[in-house]
Design a protein around this ligand. Structure first.
Ligand SMILES: *[C@@H]1O[C@H](CO)[C@@H](O)[C@H](O)[C@H]1NC(C)=O
Ligand SMILES: *[C@@H]1O[C@H](CO)[C@@H](O)[C@H](O)[C@H]1NC(C)=O
Length: 351
């Protein structure tokens, strides 16, 4: 097996996670058998299938003992990281703008609180061996709109890496940049291997190739699940799959598919920044690590419990639910992140 195929963290669905728990998985990472997680998996309850049918414990999603251990590897640290977007399939200009505004919001502190930027600031506690913190902002470094479905309307996992590699100079439009994430976003009609079966999104690192200057590039894929599996991948903008779950929330940008995709983009960017090569911050087995956001799955506000996202803000004019303000008057619903400074899962909050 090619060891450089190693890095692959996934938003797995898993049957036991239909409460919209995310879990991260790493399929092929070679592990040092001595590299045991320092703490046991204290948030098992989150993944306990019994929760899906039985009574829920309002405390079950928040556990003070949750610790993501740092494994001494590199993070996506410092400055402003570039995101190179590959929009694959059929995208409207409005959908594209919702994504662009989200990315611009990550470093934009001059918007009303709670802001996307204050949410991202929760990553400040993630430092590398040199004491550098995770990148403080992100910006679009370039875009490739693949409206011709160049690799067809079914993508295998390896096709996603091939899309990224073919987007690089000299044949493609993007530079090789190690302080960046290459982001493949697929439209609702694009089928992707394992999409909706076991995952909603994944982040990876490439093999080290000549085209990547002999190093690994960080990349991620997120699918628009609105037609294929809304209950699995865009909750709470679709009803949850189980139990007495609350009705779907109204999406803040009027597009359940894209607003749900933003949640998964947020999950992936936080995972890619804090655990880009599966040697950063995670808890549990490297084969199924919990990362910054996947460790806090299903939490969008205070008082969250399985099937219920917690207290979020409501736009009085549209009835839409959100928990973070962005640029251009945008509103977004973002996942809680685990904060290394207080060891808590923290949703966006007023600062
Ligand atoms: C958190 O995990 C610990 C260790 O497994 C457990 O003893 C404790 O009850 C849990 N707390 C909550 C609030 O679930
Ligand atoms: C793209 O999506 C729009 C909106 O869903 C749809 O009306 C249009 O027919 C699609 N275009 C193609 C080429 O599939």
């Amino acid at each position: 097996m090619d060891r450089w195929r190693g890095v692959r963290s996934t938003v797995l669905i898993m049957i036991i996670c239909t409460l919209h728990g995310y879990s991260a998985g790493s399929a092929q990472q070679k592990r040092n058998p001595n590299d045991k997680p320092k703490l046991q998996f204290h948030d098992r309850k989150l993944l306990n299938p019994k929760l899906n049918t039985g009574k829920v414990d309002p405390q079950a999603l928040v556990n003070d003992s949750l610790i993501l251990t740092y494994h001494n590897g590199p993070l996506l640290a410092g400055g402003t990281a570039k995101l190179y977007l590959i929009l694959y399939g059929n995208w409207s200009s409005t959908q594209r703008e919702i994504v662009y505004d989200f990315i611009s919001s990550i470093g934009a502190h001059d918007v009303p609180s709670p802001s996307v930027a204050s949410w991202w600031s929760l990553t400040k506690g993630y430092t590398d061996t040199a004491g550098s913190i995770v990148t403080e902002a992100m910006e679009v470094g370039g875009e490739m709109y693949d409206s011709t479905y160049s690799l067809g309307s079914y993508l295998r996992v390896i096709d996603i890496e091939n899309l990224v590699l073919s987007s690089l100079h000299p044949n493609g439009v993007f530079p090789t940049n190690h302080h960046a994430v290459y982001v493949v976003l697929t439209s609702p009609d694009v089928k992707v291997q394992d999409f909706c079966k076991s995952q909603c999104a994944s982040h990876f690192a490439t093999k080290p190739l000549d085209a990547t200057d002999g190093r690994q590039l960080i990349y991620t894929w997120i699918g628009n699940a609105v037609d294929q599996c809304p209950k699995k991948c865009i909750w709470p903008f679709a009803p949850a799959e189980f139990g007495d779950a609350a009705p779907a929330l109204i999406p803040p940008n009027g597009d359940a598919g894209i607003d749900g995709m933003i949640i998964n983009i947020a999950v992936m960017l936080s995972g890619a920044a804090t655990n880009p090569f599966n040697s950063g911050y995670y808890q549990g087995d490297g084969g199924a690590p919990l990362e910054a956001a996947t460790a806090c799955a299903g939490i969008f506000g205070k008082g969250a419990y399985p099937g219920h996202p917690g207290d979020v803000l409501v736009d009085q004019s549209t009835g839409a639910s959100f928990n973070a303000h962005g640029v251009n008057g945008r509103k977004y619903l973002l996942p809680a992140l685990w904060n290394p400074l207080d060891l808590q899962c923290t949703p966006p909050q007023n600062v």
